[in-house]
Write a protein that binds this ligand. Sequence first.
Ligand code: HEM
Length: 247
Amino acid sequence: MASYLRSWLSAPVASAPTASRPNELPDPNIILSVSPPEDDDDDFTAKGDPEDEDLDMPAAFPAPFSAQRLQTTPQSNFGVPRILTDNARMLPPPNPSLARRGGAGGLTVPSGSGSLMPPPTTLKAPTKLSSSSKRGKVALAPGHSPLDWASLKSSGTDLRGGVEQLMKIPPSVLKQHNKRDDAWSAFNGKVYNITPYLAFHPGGEKELMRVAGRDGTKLFALTHAWVNADFMLDACLVGFLVPEPRS
Ligand code: HEM
């Protein structure tokens, strides 16, 4: 491209009619050169042998003797990356396995974007390992996992607290079953004996006891609507919640 432009610029061109001699035909023997004069001091023009220079070469940035280049000596760069001169060779990249977080001598994790380093969040070690989640899951006692509850349900053990026939249970009757060893609760119109499930509840006994002796439908839905209480407590069903009979 550069050589093509050069040859085009320096090629003989027929002179055009000038303003002083508008009607005169151009003399085919006159060469009109549009190339800049050789002794031109303009910095845009490459000096020396035109064949050795590339006119398309971009200007050096920063300039060869600029303040930036002079300030960035290898000894005192204060963490600012050294700007390489045209002749300086770029050092090979550091070994990634030697990278250390923020430590002296190691690679520091850049705060800005544009780096190939993983973001600091993925490098940060967890500070605290809590035994229970933020949502309130508790550590269940051994032998009280969901799987243990499933096998207890299918074992044929009485989980209804002696109730042999399903009953119609008004709120006043439900209210009486509010002790830990005799706890009933209603969910979606069904009344369950929740006492055997207390120790298996992932949210803890205390949470479950909040609904003992009353309708827990709302609290249940607010806490974990995705849990299938009907399936989990089918073996604990004791009856159906009915309105209080009129006296
Ligand atoms: C008897 C009915 C209930 C059953 C069958 C039941 C069952 C469950 C199950 C299976 C989980 C684990 C959920 C999960 O891993 O995603 C759980 C967690 C939990 N439950 Fe219940 N639950 C009942 C009632 C309640 C009630 C009434 C409350 C609130 C007072 C409650 C509060 C919690 C809490 C705070 C958690 C821990 C957070 C969570 O993992 O969602 N549960 N429950």
